[in-house]
Design a protein around this ligand. Structure first.
Ligand code: SF4
Ligand SMILES: [Zn+2]
Ligand SMILES: [Zn+2]
Length: 339
């Protein structure tokens, strides 16, 4: 089959949802255009932004970093080592190797050194790894962005991630989450760091194809903690629908983002590009953080965390509270062992 664009080269990527098939060069152009259009339409980034790209070692975040660099944005990568046996080391290797290939040195945060490696923390406080991981990652995204004077944090969530989350929010009528789900989370009252998802228009398959054809070496294994993630069930259901009715995902998500959709409040104006601060929470977090985000919505004002100084709506931020619970659990366990 010939490429639908240049009509000369053999097609390497078949995209039924776009009724197209492209050769590698034309696919690169197509993919980059999808990303830059997604950025432009929702005004996610400005040319003067300093972008902190959160890289996990997986295809999405490395592809995102690659495209943003190629598009001329000033970027640095942030890798958070979750302390998961084997998997974290392999992911870090991929991040370091990719960064080196582009002449970069990523910022690395090691949760084991911070006293809160995810698997042990989850065991200590008897919580799901993923919900701890969300709190901890958000905290460091904000902290590193503020310390490094970045104007925006970018994550590699793609169309599959966003539509899976949308389906989950709809099935459970999570109205608060639906109201705030958007590829742009602007700086809020009290100074939420601006967060963007520039890959919102491209699917997982498209991102994987871009990474493969560009020779980006990414970690292919899933995080071992993701086995029970309900998002995988939603992704699978949407994949089956997409297979039968190509193009459904993007229609679903674009319809949701339509400003006239009453389910979604979304950002009313483009975010300020200069106000980065250290507020800890993103609105899609657990119940405690939703309450804190709600305080902001209601006009509540942030204060400095009594322990670490990060902005929070409670006396100590959720990260410090979590760390304290882990510390106490460790002490109790040590006391039991020594008896
Ligand atoms: S699957 Fe869970 S623990 Fe693993 S990276 Fe994702 S949120 Fe974190
Ligand atoms: Zn072509
Ligand atoms: Zn704190």
């Amino acid at each position: 089959m010939k490429c639908k664009r240049c009509r000369r080269a053999e097609a390497a990527v078949d995209l039924p949802s776009h009724h197209a098939a492209f050769c590698p060069d034309c696919f690169f152009r197509f993919f980059r255009r999808q990303v830059t259009e997604g950025i432009r339409k929702l005004r996610l980034l400005a040319p003067e932004d300093r972008v902190l790209v959160c890289v996990s070692g997986g295809k999405d975040s490395l592809v995102l970093w690659d495209v943003l660099m190629d598009e001329g944005y000033a970027t640095e990568g942030l890798y958070i080592d979750l302390g998961i046996d084997g998997y974290s080391d392999r992911s870090k290797e991929k991040v370091l190797a990719y960064a080196a290939s582009r002449g970069k040195t990523p910022i690395v945060v090691e949760l084991a050194k911070e006293g809160i490696p995810i698997p042990e923390a989850a065991r200590c406080v008897r919580m799901q790894e993923c919900s701890i991981c969300g709190t901890v990652k958000r905290y460091f995204f904000n902290r590193v962005a503020a310390e490094g004077k970045f104007t925006v944090v970018a994550t590699g969530h793609n169309l599959d991630d966003e539509t899976a989350r949308l389906l989950g929010n709809l099935l459970h009528w999570q109205r608060d989450h639906l109201a705030r789900q958007h590829p742009l989370l602007p700086c809020g009252n009290g100074g939420l760091v601006r967060k963007v998802k520039p890959l919102w228009r491209v699917s997982e398959v498209e991102t994987a194809a871009y990474g493969f054809l560009k020779g980006i070496d990414y970690v292919t294994e899933e995080c071992p903690m993701s086995e029970d993630a309900t998002s995988l069930v939603y992704k699978e259901a949407l994949s089956r629908i997409e297979d039968r009715m190509p193009g459904t995902r993007i229609v679903f998500y674009k319809g949701f983002l339509d400003p006239s959709n009453p389910l979604r409040k979304g950002p009313q104006a483009p975010a300020s590009t200069d106000a980065v601060s250290l507020l800890e929470e993103e609105p899609d977090a657990d119940a405690a953080s939703v309450t804190e985000a709600g305080a902001e919505e209601d006009g509540g004002s942030a204060q400095a965390c009594a322990s670490c100084g990060a902005p929070t709506y409670t006396e100590t931020c959720s990260f410090c509270r979590l760390k304290e619970r882990v510390r106490k659990a460790r002490e109790q366990r040590a006391a039991r062992v020594s008896r």
